[in-house]
Design a protein around this ligand. Structure first.
Ligand code: 5CA
Length: 463
């Protein structure tokens, strides 16, 4: 992409309405524009990052054996009356009437609709286990939408639903989700800690929230400081193994880590004092096991070899896809702007031409652009007729992790400059070396990883 043709409405001034840094930076970097309270348009740069986040979610869901599908945003109230949640959900639900006077609603979550699909098509225990998910817009009429995409009214959520024959199988699904979420967040450069939480209007006996520690987080959390030493890394795991998933669950949830809703002061005080922490966190996901609550209400049963049909055990699992963008920025920025982790960066590298119009500099930039593109990478080339300071400020603000600076002086010596946005360190090298380095850096994050993974798991495909 060439910046001269890109739609990047960068703001010079700090927008007064933004109270936290991620909201401020997303507005300043021209990523989003508010349409009305808690409802945003996603401009090209913001949309690109949103797609990157979605892709990581899709890839990790596929790895865990879950199928992607898509349900409508507008649903009939009838199903929600059957489950009893039409009245129970309260003011957060946006209720709509169609021209025939029928009660409709904009989905805040989709347990009812997925259960309806299940009961229409699944009748035998042989079709279990089954896990499907979607990434779809949700609407919750929050009293206080704030902090930009962090607490929106319209927001993008990954919501997944599992159907199992027994409680034991459903707990395996719960553990499998926990493991896949750990991987998902780490690939986005985030440490999200699973914490015992309260189930709220979704209901159910088991639930964990995933929290990214940040001063601007809306949740108050309490934890044993040793939980922050845990990382999942690139270990291989067999998602079909109950045992392996349960062991990871145990490893990541046995230490004290709770949100304020479930906080237990007496238990907390059993941790040595120097390890007790209270902090703020951003909730980027939540997993639930709720047994047969919805399947009984909606009649989602399966025939078993002996006896009467039995209600299936269910769970649901959410990731705040649009909220994640705010969380990633809260955790990765400095006073000049955003610093994207490589896994979600909108463009892999910026190319800054210090002297646009200089034949040699222009030619070197074009060559870099073509070489990077040929390797499957996406460069963003600042080919505008602007002074160097302005170009650097834009690159720093939009936060691409790597910048190649090209100028006539360096080219005389056969070099360009490669700069890391995170450390600020620069190194001079020949252009082809810079291309090689960037290629190397991203090879671990490359799409082929997904292709290889899909080839290994043959029992379903997604998209
Ligand atoms: N049905 C379940 C799981 S599929 C569910 O709705 N869970 S939830 O209520 O916890 O939402 C899932 C995730 O969506 C949350 O962890 C949070 O990251 C995100 N989320 C919830 N409300 C908002 C909001 N108003 N703005 C942005 N993200 C939100």
């Amino acid at each position: 992409m060439r910046l001269s043709r890109y739609f990047l409405p960068v703001l010079k001034e700090n927008p007064a309405e933004a109270q936290i840094v991620s909201h401020r930076l997303m507005l300043r970097a021209g990523m989003i524009k508010q349409a009305s309270a808690g409802i945003y348009s996603w401009l090209p740069l913001g949309f690109k990052v949103l797609r990157k986040i979605e892709n990581i979610v899709h890839e990790e869901q596929a790895r865990a054996g879950h199928m992607a599908m898509l349900m409508p945003t507008i649903q009939s109230a009838d199903l929600w009356r059957e489950s009893g949640r039409y009245d129970a959900y309260g003011e957060e639900m946006l209720r709509i009437k169609d021209r025939g006077g029928r009660d409709m609603l904009f989905t805040p979550t989709a347990e009812e609709l997925i259960t309806d699909i299940f009961r229409a098509h699944v009748s035998s225990y042989k079709d279990l286990p089954l896990t499907m998910y979607q990434i779809q817009w949700k609407f919750r009429d929050e009293i206080r939408p704030r902090f930009g995409v962090m607490r929106g009214r319209e927001f993008l959520m990954k919501d997944g639903y599992n159907f199992d024959l027994t409680k034991e199988d459903a707990l395996h699904s719960y553990h499998r989700h926990l493991v896949s979420y750990l991987r998902t967040y780490e690939r986005m450069g985030l440490q999200a800690i699973p914490m015992r939480a309260d189930s709220g209007p979704i209901g159910g006996e088991y639930t964990h929230e995933f929290l990214v520690l940040a001063e601007t987080g809306e949740s108050e959390v309490f934890y044993d400081s040793t939980v922050t030493d845990l990382t999942f890394g690139d270990r291989e795991i067999d998602y079909d193994s109950h045992q392996e998933c349960a062991a990871i669950m145990e490893e990541f949830t046995s230490r004290y880590a709770r949100t304020d809703e479930t906080h237990d002061e007496a238990l907390f005080n059993e941790i040595p004092e120097e390890r007790r922490r209270s902090a703020r966190g951003i909730e980027v996901g939540q997993i639930f096991y709720f047994g047969t609550q919805y399947s009984e209400a909606l009649g989602a049963t399966v025939q078993v070899p002996e006896g009467k049909p039995v209600p299936v055990h269910m769970g649901s699992h959410g990731i705040g896809v649009s909220r994640l963008m705010g969380a990633i920025i809260e955790a990765n920025h400095d006073d000049k702007g955003i610093i994207w982790p490589e896994g979600v960066t909108p463009y892999h590298a910026g190319i800054v031409n210090l002297k646009q119009g200089d034949a040699e500099a222009d030619a070197a930039c074009e060559k870099l652009y073509k070489s990077l593109t040929a390797l499957g990478l996406e460069p963003l080339y600042d080919d505008r007729n602007e002074r160097a300071g302005g170009k650097f400020a834009t690159m720093d603000l939009i936060g691409l992790p790597w910048r190649i600076t090209v100028g006539p002086r360096g080219l005389k010596n056969g070099v360009v400059e490669l700069t890391s946005r995170r450390t600020g360190e620069s190194e001079e090298m020949p252009p082809n070396k810079a291309v090689e380095r960037i290629h190397q850096i991203y090879s671990g994050h490359h799409a082929t990883e997904h292709v290889e993974m899909m080839a290994k798991r043959s029992f379903h495909t997604y998209i």
